[in-house]
Design a protein around this ligand. Sequence first.
Ligand code: IMP
Ligand code: MG
Length: 181
Amino acid sequence: MKGHHWQVGPEVGEILISTDEIQRRIDELGADISKDYEGLQPRLVGILKGVAPFMADLIRAMSIPATTDYMSITKYPPETDASAAVRVLKDLDLSIKGEHVLLVEDIIDSGLTIEYILSHLHNRGPASLKVCTLFNRPVNRVVELPLDYVGFDLPDLFVVGYGLDYQQKYRNLPYLAILQA
Ligand code: IMP
Ligand code: MG
């Protein structure tokens, strides 16, 4: 049974990080962020679609006022020129000029997505710009990135659940599971 009670296909393997572990870590991240941004009102910018469950839990784990906004981007196939590897599908609704922006991601892998978004947002004059990711897989990193808040470092395994998808499926699993090849 592998511990699943959600209905999953045979491609979904062992649970890597349980619902409880995820919730406990998000509570810690929320407390850390609330302490670091005390007296400020940070703008949490989520990258759709995978960030939805994390963002929902993170903002409720924070004890200071915060505002939210979202961006959606698409990645071109890997063979495309790296400088044009990412394109904005949905930009921010609100101006970030003078705002304390915290980028919120589900997972950082190569780092190319977040690097593109950081440069895109940097030009708009935020007061500060930091990165919070729930999951981090350092082994595939191709750019050097300062990560300010990291929930969990992952091994070199493709994973699904808690926002992460395989062919758009399994984002609704409340835990993180290994996708079997
Ligand atoms: P990066 O540009 O390589 O850092 O890509 C990060 C994006 O790739 C994430 O926002 C996810 O959409 C996707 N991704 C990377 N690893 C996984 C995984 O293990 N499962 C599901 N999606 C992943
Ligand atoms: Mg994503």
